[in-house]
Design a protein around this ligand. Structure first.
Ligand code: GLC
Length: 651
């Protein structure tokens, strides 16, 4: 059950799509509000209460003990104590003496103090007094999350090819660079479905352009790659370069589609292409216009997109350049002052007639860019497309996926990737993943192999790295057959992973969950954060430590231990409890739950070659409901599930 409380005149965020009746304020029992500080909500926690949720925030799955701030922010230096990342996912669940969820639906900054002082107090401080609060009741943490997922609507559904392996790097400049990547993967027989084109494909980093010298015939090139089963995925940045004569700029400027500055003219901010204007994505008309621009790409046969810099990221601004920054006194102690202050310098004209500074509606900017592109692509394409974004707010999960931004090639970031996945799935962002191998810094062979072994199980599986870092494509490392083994496992598991993703989306469920959600009575399982459940049958226990030859795994029940060595699966029944498992770098070990099945297919060079129908069933279950379709139809429903059955196996 969900109850809605409305305070002031909230800005429409489009996060909740279910009709939820508004209750009187006196009915708010879960939180106390201090007299005189109506924006502060607090409650007492039980000693052993766990807090789940908050999507893309740092640290572990249990959010208790720290402070987090929802204020979308581009900081590539990911640290445990950074309060904000690129997304604002204001939903959490308190699980313990009392179990309930809360969603603070406001596009302004929100501070979540999850008992940071250890005094048992949870408090939520909203920067704006205009907000909606949804209290979600349920009989378990998992039940609360499912109730919430029902209210925020169905996840974006990418095509099957988007679940393939993607290679990316900031630094691919020309058609030649990309062809080389494709041929190296093909020559080694390492599966690949798409290659991302970072900002260098554009003409001077201007959206909706192609550098003609580097890509003389983008449409022809994309078509040639498609014949080889490969897709190109261009990056699209939020800012529109100030460039009279450019049709997108001219139209946006003429029609008033950009955000305004203090003087009432268009705000100017420096990003990759130099000075840009920010489209006022919060307005429907502007979203429609921006979404239509993707025709530039779809006309060239492109069906995958990567939206970036949409917190928005600002390198400098007209005010910073002039040295006349207003509002400096309002700096935030947790974040570099200039960034927060920048967002007070430009203004949105909302569809409800109000004008708001970006600071007041900040967390919606990227989400509304995603919505603009998603709705545009829905109009332009008669099939499903790949779309993922950096900044987000709950609700954007209906239009696209996300990646977790500029992480680094460190073991801590690999571990963070594991923690992020269930938290993101609690907030609806099923199609998500990290830069596999790490964005900043240099990746090692060992780290990349271990990271790939995690990414095999995340919906978005993309290797991406920054300009000037060491090359990170699999073929750059010794023993490419080991990389082939791990990535091949992804393709062999796709009949299962794709099916589980689609079922989770269609049934408003999570795909990746903490052990605690399925084994709530098991005290040990409740405290484990480095093992995850993936769909109804699989548990993973990845190796996350440098130099480790294996790890200790906790099994809440009897399971089938499955080892994949690049060629075949070896299954072994193992009892409940702790066990030590050895995992060579060339192998992946995962677990199939008791009485469950996993359909595995044959190896394939890409998803175009994959046959979702040709599967064998691993595990001790007797039946499995497999979602199957052509991989791109827009008509997706549970009616597409087929029943796979297997004779019960003697134990
Ligand atoms: C941002 C993105 C990163 C990209 C870079 C250049 O830092 O997060 O993925 O490679 O910009 O476009």
């Amino acid at each position: 059950m969900i109850t809605q409380f409305t305070y002031g005149t909230p800005v429409e965020t489009f996060a909740v799509v279910q009709d939820i009746p508004v209750s009187g304020h006196e009915a708010l029992r879960r939180f106390a509000r201090k007299k005189g500080s109506p924006q502060i909500f607090s409650c007492m926690l039980g000693e052993d209460d766990v807090i789940y949720g908050l999507g893309e925030t740092m640290r572990g799955i249990n959010k208790r003990g720290f402070r987090y701030i929802s204020f979308n922010y581009d900081d590539p230096n990911h640290r445990d104590d950074m309060p904000s990342m690129y997304g604002a996912h204001n939903f959490f669940v308190v699980d313990g003496e009392e179990t309930f969820g809360a969603f603070f639906d406001t596009p302004a900054k929100v501070t979540f103090d999850m008992d940071s002082k250890g005094s048992g107090v949870l408090s939520v401080i909203c920067a704006s007094a205009d907000l909606r609060l949804y209290i979600v009741e349920g009989d378990s943490a998992y039940g609360v999350v499912r109730e919430f997922l029902g209210a925020i609507g169905q996840s974006f559904l990418p095509p099957l090819w988007a679940f393939g392996y993607g290679q990316s790097r900031w630094g691919y400049r020309t058609e030649r660079d990309i062809t080389r990547v494709a041929s190296r993967y093909q020559a080694l027989g390492i599966p690949l479905d798409y290659i991302c084109m970072d900002i260098d494909y554009m003409d001077r980093y201007i959206d909706f352009t192609v550098n003609k010298r580097r890509f003389p015939d983008m449409a022809g090139y994309a078509a040639r790659l498609r014949e080889q089963g490969l897709h190109l995925v261009p990056i699209v940045d939020a800012g529109v370069k100030i460039e009279p004569g450019n049709p997108v700029y001219d139209e946006g400027a003429e029609k008033g589609y950009f955000c305004l500055n203090h003087e009432g003219t268009y705000y100017r901010a420096e990003v990759w292409p130099g000075m840009t204007h920010f489209p006022d994505f919060l307005r429907e008309e502007v979203r429609h216009w921006f979404g239509d621009q993707y025709r530039f790409y779809t006309d060239r046969g492109l069906e995958g997109f990567w939206n970036d810099m949409n917190e928005p990221a600002i390198f400098s601004s007209e005010y910073r350049a002039k040295g006349t920054k207003p509002d400096l006194e309002h700096g935030d102690p947790d974040q570099p002052e200039r960034h927060v202050a920048d967002f007070k310098d430009f203004f949105h004209r909302l569809d409800d007639g109000r004008e708001k500074s970006n600071y007041e509606v900040h967390n919606l900017f990227g989400a509304m860019m995603t919505r603009a592109s998603g709705e545009g692509l829905d109009r332009l394409l008669d099939r499903r497309y790949l779309l993922f974004s950096r900044a987000s707010y709950i609700g954007a999960h209906r239009y696209g996926g996300i990646w977790t931004g500029d992480n680094a090639s460190t073991w801590e970031m690999l571990r963070q990737n594991v923690y992020h996945m269930p938290s993101l799935h609690m907030c609806g962002f099923l199609f998500s993943g990290a830069d596999t191998g790490g964005f900043g810094g240099n990746c090692t062979r060992e780290l990349l192999l271990r990271w790939l072994a995690v990414s095999v199980f995340t919906p978005l599986m993309r290797n991406h790295t920054a300009l000037f870092t060491k090359n990170q494509e699999c073929y750059r490392f010794r023993g490419p057959e080991d990389f082939k083994a791990v990535i091949t496992l992804r393709y062999r598991l796709l009949p299962y992973l794709y099916s589980e993703f689609m079922k989770a989306a269609l049934e408003r469920d999570m795909l990746i969950r903490p052990l605690a959600f399925d084994f709530p009575e098991d005290g040990k399982a409740r405290s484990i954060e480095d093992q995850l459940l993936v769909g109804e049958s699989i548990m993973i226990a990845p190796v996350l430590e440098k130099g480790a030859k294996g790890r200790i795994v906790y099994l809440p029940e009897r399971m089938t231990e499955v080892r994949y060595d690049g060629k075949s699966f070896t299954c072994m029944e193992v009892g409940a409890g702790e066990r030590t498992v050895m995992v060579p770098l060339s192998q992946v070990v995962f677990y199939i739950r008791q009485g469950r099945l996993v359909p595995v297919g044959r190896a394939a060079a890409n998803t175009a070659e994959l046959d979702l129908m040709d599967v064998e069933l691993l595990g001790t279950g007797t039946s499995y409901r497999q979602y199957v379709d052509d991989g791109y139809t827009k008509e997706c429903s549970m009616d597409r599930c087929i029943m796979r059955t297997k004779e019960a196996q003697p134990r």
